[in-house]
Design a binder for this molecule. Sequence first.
Ligand SMILES: *[C@@H]1O[C@H](CO)[C@@H](O)[C@H](O)[C@H]1NC(C)=O
Ligand SMILES: *[C@@H]1O[C@H](CO)[C@@H](O)[C@H](O)[C@H]1NC(C)=O
Ligand SMILES: *[C@@H]1O[C@H](CO)[C@@H](O)[C@H](O)[C@H]1NC(C)=O
Ligand SMILES: *[C@@H]1O[C@H](CO)[C@@H](O)[C@H](O)[C@H]1NC(C)=O
Ligand SMILES: *[C@@H]1O[C@H](CO)[C@@H](O)[C@H](O)[C@H]1NC(C)=O
Length: 417
Amino acid sequence: MGRSLSLTARFLVAATFATVSVSVRVSTNFDLKPFTINLGDKIPRLKSLVKNTYLPAKALYPDAGPEKGIELETLGQLRTDWLTNFDWEARQAELNQMTQFSATIEGLTVHFVHEKSNDPGAIPLILIHGWPGSFHEFSPVIKPLTQSSISASGRNVSFNVVVPSLPGFVFSSAPPANWTTVDTARIFNTLMTEVLGYSRYAVHSTDWGAAVGYSLYESFNATVGAAHFVFLPFSPPSTQEMAENNITLSDTQKVTEQLYIELTTSGMGYFIEQTTKPNDIGLALYDNPMGQLAWIGTTFKLYSDPRAGTPPSVLNNTAILTSVSLYYLTESFLSSVWIYAQNPSMFRTTYTKAPTDAPLLFSMYEYNPGLWPEEYVAKVGNLVSYKVHDFGGHFAGLDNPPALIADIREMGQHFKA
Ligand SMILES: *[C@@H]1O[C@H](CO)[C@@H](O)[C@H](O)[C@H]1NC(C)=O
Ligand SMILES: *[C@@H]1O[C@H](CO)[C@@H](O)[C@H](O)[C@H]1NC(C)=O
Ligand SMILES: *[C@@H]1O[C@H](CO)[C@@H](O)[C@H](O)[C@H]1NC(C)=O
Ligand SMILES: *[C@@H]1O[C@H](CO)[C@@H](O)[C@H](O)[C@H]1NC(C)=O
Ligand SMILES: *[C@@H]1O[C@H](CO)[C@@H](O)[C@H](O)[C@H]1NC(C)=O
């Protein structure tokens, strides 16, 4: 008896030491460090390249329209703003108002914003961007989400907000060639649970981030307590399929559907290029800020609300130039376009339900080119809320921040702690 007790005691002591040494090893391994953006010394080169890149004096075909690619006048105005009105130091100072860190996970440097609420009951939340987005597209919603406020359904909700940069985007290092969005989901779950110690958290995601976010939703049902999407990694149904299923569209949804048809019939050039020959465009524009501006700017212009830049939208030229500057100055345009080649079948054609009872919320924005009717979203998860907004586009965090804040806050009503 005495002998076995002492054995047990020794075992417990050994186990305790083992636990201590493991946790010490893990926390030093993640190499968590505060992060500050400091790219000012690269600005002179950017400005000189922009200045020395000339554009045609007049448009070759003035009536071609933005469907044929960014219009000369639009690009010229952005160029002028970059050279005359755009103040990188001010933008950088604004971005640095967000508390940022870097950590090393599975050998990759992961950059992220971590803004905590003062409320001890705040819900941990991860916001995941896509291409050509970045953590910057969430800057208008981060602080408000940390603040306690009453949701539409009447609950007092606040969040501890985490916004990582996807691997290969801005300050996160480029992943190995075989890396997929499933791998990103795994390291982002590690970020939330092991690096930051949140045992359960909520997810919001868009574009490529939605592939990551949906992977979190379906594969980490012990840690994901709610998910909100504005985009899904499932092929939107065709107009004909919706008609056959007796789905009738609202006027707002008809606009979205039309944009989606335009995207799939005449807007897939960049998508096919980046999926099949990422090095061609990636290297061609690597040190070409005007080229990146045209290639990225067209997406911001075409897939935002026609009223973009007027309230509640803050998606004006300053926002576009901040995004493009981030890609250029961090030399991450090349690694960012590789995400297409690394995930050639992002859109699943079979709608299957994720093995989780965590609530799923969905919001559509009129000028976001992808229509997932409520009936289809309900097939992939435990749908508890479906909202339609008649203002905003693909970059909701910039194009309609108040609506996105309200919809994300609504997760607090359903969050399974
Ligand atoms: C919401 O909760 C916060 C933190 O607990 C509290 O300070 C605030 O007064 C609450 N607001 C309302 C309207 O109840
Ligand atoms: C992916 O590539 C890395 C090295 O670049 C290699 O270590 C790893 O085994 C590869 N993974 C798969 C699943 O092939
Ligand atoms: C659609 O409506 C028609 C006419 O009411 C009906 O015959 C058909 O079965 C419906 N289809 C589906 C998929 O519900
Ligand atoms: C763009 O929007 C931001 C945020 O609303 C504003 O501070 C800035 O002055 C705007 N820039 C331009 C060029 O209008
Ligand atoms: C969570 O996922 C596991 C593995 O797929 C599954 O066995 C389990 O039933 C799921 N839990 C819920 C609540 O669906």
